[in-house]
Design a protein around this ligand. Structure first.
Ligand code: GCB
Length: 589
């Protein structure tokens, strides 16, 4: 699904800014009249932390956004689309009273062709409903319970606040009647020649002509057709720290005239697994970096270019070369930035919390089977498959994305896990045979009890020795970590990435003794992992949990959120950040 853009033939009108806003069910048909409220909410932003009323922060169900939109005068002969980059977790779009789009899944875009409903130069009322409800059959899952006082309360199994609303941009855009609907780019390297394979989907009539330009704007290769190879002699490869990008100019010609143009950055690179190694451009890579969150004060999960740039600046300062989009697909702007700045990305679906025997990283057995007709079931699996399709459809052209993560910490040790995951992993490979696939394993599923790991190319492990286990006993933590990593290596003989390791630390809390929650303790936990990573051959990456402190649901083991950030929520470094910088800026990868 191509991101809207301004090109020689396309226009884009962002609708970011303040929208009228109301929470709750409407007593009239959506879109039929102005919203009955004086509240206004910014787009993009989660709505939860904007206001002071607890009922809005903890709201369960639908909220409504509305504004008027004037269609640019010059769009008379164009097709017009409404595009929503994300509505968390379900969205409905109305043009006037007409329902034009419905979508489930909170972190991937959707759109509607509204050409027949709007007129260039005229205004229309745009209303978007957003539902934050999570059930056993959504990705991520959750359950709505009724409290003793009769209030509805959303429960969920993931350890981050259930921020909701329109956290990414909304826009209308135009395309010509004949248009390029989709482009799929894959790359290979043949000696010193880069081969760029482009599959185009055309909606309408015309001939596709492709031109690849280098950074100076010179055309280095051209080809025609909906399935074409562009060969680039002496290609400058895209890689970690060397973000060489070409520009693919895809043109649709009809009767010798320009019908449509779409411009796409292209990085020529390969990625594959070879034994214990993860290879990018046939060179072994070692990932350093973080599991992150889209999380900032006030905005919640709202995309913000200032935080985008600052977070990457801080990651660069630590020497990180990678991150995981834990635990959902991030805004496309994040991946575009990673492409331009040479970061390696593990791209994850929102399948987090498929585990009824863990909550917020805390082990505990509810005794309920995770995979069963009443819990995580066939319909959850169907929603999960759709989440994978939409992830790959959106992110397939980003060179920064080197690994698809199917899920975070499912109950991969429980009965039914293999039956649930085997088709999903196969689907991911079918959707994109060009990238390796992973899932992120949790500590309860050991090499001996896990039922899924042999199905993936790279095994990602979240481990909390020194925090949830071996608390305040770092010598045992080091021994147990090494022992377990070696068991994974021996059993599966494939690359391991430690995608989570860390400890909570309250910034400013210090101690000379081994004292959990202090900055020194957090630093020492990371340090012990590093010693072990360096001793175990199969470990090809380390991503600390987390880049920054983030908000969670309220719990007695959370202090205004999760404090495992090496930066505070306002992005100030804790002692651990300096440790990472010392290691990652000097380490030979
Ligand atoms: C985990 C989860 C992550 C939590 C983390 C923790 O294993 O993947 O979402 O935030 O543990 O801090 O408990």
């Amino acid at each position: 699904m191509l991101k809207p853009q301004i090109s020689a033939t396309r226009e884009l009108l962002p609708l970011d800014g303040l929208w009228r806003f109301v929470a709750g069910d409407l007593d009239h048909a959506p879109g039929s009249r102005p919203l009955p409220s004086t509240l206004e909410a910014p787009v993009p932003a989660s709505y939860n932390d904007l206001f002071v009323a607890p009922s809005l922060r903890e709201h369960v169900g639908w909220v409504w956004y509305q504004r008027t939109v004037r269609v640019p005068r010059g769009w008379a002969n164009e097709r017009v689309f409404v595009r929503v980059d994300a509505a968390t977790h379900a969205g409905r779009v109305y043009v006037g009273e007409q329902l034009v789009a419905e979508h489930v899944g909170g972190y991937t875009p959707f759109e509607a062709d509204v050409t027949d409903l709007v007129r260039s130069g005229d205004e229309f009322r745009l209303t978007i409903g957003v539902d934050n409800t999570l059930t056993n059959e959504t990705i991520p899952p959750g359950t709505v319970e009724v409290t003793p006082t009769g209030a509805r309360r959303q429960r969920y199994l993931h350890d981050f606040f259930n921020y909701a609303g329109l956290a990414r941009s909304v826009a209308i855009y135009s395309t010509p009647a004949d248009r390029i609907e989709d482009l799929t780019v894959t790359t290979e390297i043949d000696g010193t020649t880069g081969v760029v394979h482009v599959e185009s989907v055309v909606d309408g009539v015309g001939t596709v002509r492709l031109h690849l330009e280098d950074a100076d704007g010179d055309v280095v290769a051209s080809a025609d057709g909906t399935s074409a190879d562009l060969r680039v002699p002496d290609a400058r490869l895209w890689g970690p720290g060397s973000p060489n990008l070409y520009t693919l100019r895809a043109v649709l010609e009809r009767d010798g005239l320009l019908a449509d143009e779409y411009v796409l950055p292209v990085g020529i690179r390969t990625v594959r697994v070879d034994g214990l190694r993860l290879l990018v451009n046939e060179e072994p890579v070692y990932l350093t970096g973080f599991g992150k969150h889209e999380d900032t004060p006030v905005r919640g999960k709202g995309h913000d270019d200032a935080y985008l740039v600052h977070d990457f600046a801080l990651m660069g300062w630590t020497g990180a070369n990678s991150f995981r989009t834990s635990h959902y697909p991030y805004a496309e702007e994040v991946l575009e930035y990673a492409d331009r700045h040479g970061y390696l990305v593990i791209d994850e679906t929102a399948a987090v919390g498929l585990n009824l025997n863990i909550g917020g990283g805390i082990f505990g057995s509810s005794g309920t089977a995770t995979f069963s007709p009443d819990t995580i079931n066939d319909r959850t699996q169907a929603a999960h498959a759709q989440a994978l399709r939409e992830l790959v459809r959106r992110d397939k052209n980003h060179p920064s994305v080197i690994l698809w993560s199917v899920a975070n910490e499912p109950a991969s040790n429980e009965a039914g896990a293999r039956e649930y995951f085997e088709p999903l992993i196969a689907l991911t490979r079918e959707l994109d045979p060009s990238r390796p696939v992973t899932f992120v394993n949790l500590g309860m599923a050991t090499p001996e009890t896990d039922r899924v790991a042999d199905l993936v190319d790279v095994i990602c492990l979240n481990r909390y020795f020194g925090w949830y286990e071996d608390t305040a006993d770092l010598a045992s933590a080091e021994m147990h970590l090494e022992d377990e990593l070696r068991r994974w290596q021996d059993r599966h003989n494939r690359p391991l990435i430690v995608t989570e390791y860390g400890a909570d630390a309250v910034a400013g809390l210090h101690a000379v003794h081994t004292q959990p929650w202090t900055e020194e303790y957090q630093r020492d936990v990371l340090d012990l992992y590093h010693r072990v990573h360096d001793r175990v051959e199969a470990v090809v990456g380390e991503q600390v949990w987390n880049f920054a402190d983030f908000q969670t649901s309220s719990a007695i083991f959370r202090v205004d959120g999760n404090k495992k950030g090496v930066f505070t929520r306002d992005r100030r470094p804790k002692a651990a950040a300096h440790l990472l910088r010392a290691r990652w800026t000097t380490r030979q990868h």
